[in-house]
Design a protein. Structure first.
Length: 165
């Protein structure tokens, strides 16, 4: 969905990674959890922290700061795991996205959303749905379905299956 197709006000869950504010479409968010112990799964990429037990289900957890090339998340009282649904090729994968803190659920009108920046052809920005504007600050609206590659989601699914046994 490009910014051009955002014609109605949408609700977004905002969260922080370092000093930047990001947002996810609330329809993709299942719940927000306090940080809990993550079981590391060997031979997975650095940004894949491991898995958690969510009411009997195995859920892979991703450090969003590492995924975006930032420093590893330092655990604080505000650190949380955002449980999201990622759709790729007709399959839904449930993931935990580790964030520094959750801010709020906010509504953004389409006229407050700019297209993602064009930063040449070498940088991949297809996972940015748009740039929301609020109080002279930008909020990076993410398309959770485009953040992870098919290979990364396959690793996440394999983590679920391995740990569920």
């Amino acid at each position: 969905m490009s910014v051009a197709t955002i014609t109605e006000a949408g609700q977004y869950l905002t969260f922080k990674l370092e000093e930047e504010v990001f947002a996810l479409d609330i329809a993709k968010v299942r719940e927000v959890l306090d940080f809990t112990k993550v079981t590391k799964v060997p031979q997975t990429p650095d940004f894949m922290l491991g898995v958690i037990n969510l009411r009997g289900s195995v859920v892979p957890v991703v450090d969003m700061r590492l995924k975006f090339g930032l420093t590893r998340t330092e655990k604080t009282l505000n650190t949380c795991i955002i449980i999201v649904e990622v759709d790729m090729e007709g399959e839904t994968t449930v993931l935990g996205a580790l964030a520094d803190s959750v801010q709020e659920v906010m509504e953004l009108d389409p006229d407050r959303i700019e297209p993602p920046p064009r930063i040449g052809t070498r940088l991949k920005t297809t996972f940015i749905k748009g740039m929301g504007k609020r109080d002279e600050k930008f909020i990076i609206i993410l398309d959770i379905d485009k953040i992870f590659s098919a290979d990364e989601l396959a690793i996440a699914q394999a983590m679920e299956e391995t740990m569920a046994v």
